[in-house]
Design a protein around this ligand. Structure first.
Ligand SMILES: C[S@@+](CC[C@H](N)C(=O)[O-])C[C@H]1O[C@@H](n2cnc3c(N)ncnc32)[C@H](O)[C@@H]1O
Length: 349
């Protein structure tokens, strides 16, 4: 992480600003020049503790459990801190560990397949992804200049680089291991990355010009709850933009949703091999016959994205519009409408 990121960060539970202890600095190439970054460190609020590992602040509520060996090695009083959190927040910890376990694994596996040099993201190349983002968010390349954006559930982080190249500062957040390569492959100084949970955003409230969350709410425990957690980060006059699945009529769609109800419960590796020998060959033949140019990895990512997450909610457009209006958002509009889903935006009043 770079030092300027710290001022945006908050404890995801207490909302306090975080105190930082730097353990190791390093350098990273941004826009062709070398910049000093904080490689390893510790972030603290009055109760919680979060590590910075390999340049990424790890800000999920459960980070002190996920990264216990690192903290035990670097923090003298870690055992006492851990005990205090465990006693004070026992119920909360059980809740986040349970709700996040499977989803973290499924998306770590899905994005682990992605090849940054060869693969497209949802059928779009870098320029195509940026154009889609601009349309979804009702922005232009020029209007992004100087804006502060939160990309909640950034996945592989590629889009973030194109947005930063337009002059925006964009905080990409994801709780899966995809955040590691998103950070590693990034070459734009305006693209910042953190590991965090969209239901506990570790970002200052009322801060961002745009909170963008594409294809994420619908794979959390409750889409509207996640919306309400994220909209707190939008500043007055700012915008929230979310891409959601909508219901699709059709036998194949409903059969797939019925099947995933069972297969998504299997261990993730088993799912991978199961889909490789069943859905992938069928998908490959059908897509090739239709002239689709996706490679096998891209097809597998699509399959995993549908079949492996624990949750997959679909919402009607007016249902989602009500999430905005009942929180006093105005100028609510559907900006894109596709086969499987739609993007909807609104402005904080
Ligand atoms: C379908 S992918 C979309 C990624 C990216 N927004 C895009 O459009 O390419 C959903 C992403 O949301 C992330 N995600 C799901 N639940 C999350 C949570 N509770 N906190 C943070 N990220 C989450 C997953 O790890 C995954 O990378």
């Amino acid at each position: 992480m770079t030092p300027e990121l710290l001022s945006y960060l908050r404890c995801p539970v207490s909302r306090e600003p975080l105190e930082m202890e730097v353990l190791e600095t390093g350098t990273k190439q941004y826009n062709g020049t070398e910049k000093e970054i904080i490689l390893n460190g510790i972030l603290r609020s009055s109760v919680f503790i979060f590590p910075i590992i390999n340049g990424i602040p790890r800000l999920t509520v459960e980070a002190f459990i996920d990264y216990e060996p690192f903290l035990a090695k670097h923090v003298k009083d870690f055992v006492a801190i851990k005990e205090k959190i465990n006693i004070t927040y026992h119920g909360l910890l059980q809740f986040v560990l349970k709700k996040n376990k499977k989803t973290k694994k499924s998306f770590s596996q899905e994005w682990g397949l992605f090849n940054y040099e060869e693969d497209k993201v949802w059928d779009a190349d870098t320029e195509g992804m940026l154009q889609r983002f601009l349309q979804e968010n009702d922005e232009t390349k020029e209007s992004l200049n100087g804006k502060l954006i939160l990309d909640a559930g950034c996945g592989n982080g590629l889009l973030n680089q194109s947005i930063a190249a337009c002059g925006a500062t964009i905080i990409g957040m994801d709780f899966s291991q995809s955040i590691e390569r998103a950070f590693e492959k990034n070459t734009q100084s305006g693209a910042l990355f953190i590991q965090g949970d969209v239901q506990f955003p570790p970002i200052q409230f009322d801060l961002c010009d745009i909170v963008h969350s594409s294809g994420v709410l619908i794979c959390t425990t409750n889409s509207e709850l996640t919306f309400s957690c994220l909209e707190t980060c939008v500043k007055k006059g700012g915008k929230i933009s979310v891409w959601l699945y909508h219901p699709v009529k059709g036998l194949i769609h409903n059969t797939f949703n019925f099947l995933r109800g069972y297969t998504s419960k299997l261990p993730h590796k088993v799912q991978y091999y199961l889909y490789t020998v069943t859905l992938l060959p069928i998908t490959w033949i059908v897509k090739k016959l239709k002239g689709n140019k996706q490679n096998t990895r891209e097809m597998m990512i699509d399959i995993l994205d549908w079949f492996s997450p624990e949750f997959r909610w679909e919402h009607a457009h007016d249902e989602a519009a009500a999430w905005f209006s009942k929180r006093n958002y105005t100028r609510v509009q559907v900006t894109t409408n596709e086969l499987f889903g739609f993007n909807i935006i609104g402005y904080k009043n």
